[in-house]
Design a protein around this ligand. Structure first.
Ligand code: BTN
Length: 271
């Protein structure tokens, strides 16, 4: 995402009351242990260093400030200290690895809904409120001595967004009162656990719920892929999450990685 550094003195948001979150997550499948860092390079990088010991399935790394937060496709992810929920969940991989972004997207949308905020999902990995990005998901893998782990990184703007991205938004801008980050994190982990269990028993239900929240479908889009930009109609998503794009020549193309730009004021907006 944006390349302009955030001014760390600009937004003195209070730190996460992580002990309260840890208490509420004790004994649960996700969030026990809850590993809090006031400042870290990246929660995904920290979690990768942690695996496999003392990481246990369901360990969560959460930080108030990332100095080198990572976005998708090699970008950075920035947030003023204490303004977002930045976390990484460590999981043994699901058989259906492609469902991980779906699970994370659904969890973000449903956690926001608990605070009266309606969020939609933009293929493949973003959550939007009123057309503006409020959260991103970065899934990474780590193999240690033959055992592979999935690292689900989530950045969810709560008090403010990266000021260098004017098209980004944050939950408090759409809520009647400030959303308590502790309650939001507990809700997020609760919904993640719900959808992770569901993926183990009924991956089709996860796909259907995710598809129903995708605001991308039925729209004219430009998709930046590693092989170039494709323009077309976002017709549907395949069971494995690929975007099915109807091209001008009538063919249907399955796109597995890329960034979707949706027309805003006549120009595609990829943010
Ligand atoms: C994107 O929108 O490009 C994905 C952003 C993912 C950001 C989160 S913040 C927590 C976790 N740690 C990271 O370094 N990145 C992810």
């Amino acid at each position: 995402m944006g390349q302009t550094p955030v001014d760390p003195t600009a937004a003195p948001f209070p730190p996460l009351r992580w002990q309260e979150v840890a208490r509420r997550c004790a004994g649960r499948r996700l969030g026990d242990p809850l590993i809090y860092q006031a400042e870290v390079d990246s929660t995904n990088a920290f979690a990768a260093r942690l695996v496999p010991d003392p990481a246990t399935p369901g360990a969560v790394v959460v930080a108030d400030h990332q100095t080198a937060g990572r976005g998708r496709l090699g970008r950075r992810w920035l947030a003023p200290p204490g303004a977002a929920l930045t976390l990484t969940v460590v999981l043994p991989p699901l058989a259906a690895a492609w469902s991980l972004p779906m699970i994370a997207g659904l969890a973000i949308a449903e956690a926001a809904a608990r605070f009266g905020i309606e969020a939609g999902l933009k293929w493949p990995n973003d959550a939007l409120i009123a057309g503006r990005k409020c959260a991103g998901i970065l899934i990474e893998g780590r193999v240690v001595r033959g055992a592979s782990w999935a690292l689900i990184g989530i950045g969810l703007n709560v008090r403010a967004a990266d000021p260098s991205l004017p098209s980004a938004t944050y939950l408090d801008a759409h809520a009647l009162q400030p959303v308590p980050r502790e309650d939001l994190l507990v809700a997020l982990l609760d919904r993640l656990e719900h959808w992770r269990e569901r993926a183990g028993t009924d991956a089709g239900a996860v796909h259907a719920a995710w598809r129903a929240r995708l605001i991308t479908l039925g729209r004219a889009v430009s998709v930046r892929t590693p092989a170039g930009t494709l323009d077309g109609l976002a017709e549907d998503v395949a069971p494995d999450g690929a975007l099915l794009l109807r091209l001008a020549d009538g063919t249907l193309r399955a796109v597995r990685a890329g960034d979707v730009g949706m027309a805003r004021m006549g120009q595609p907006d990829w943010s």
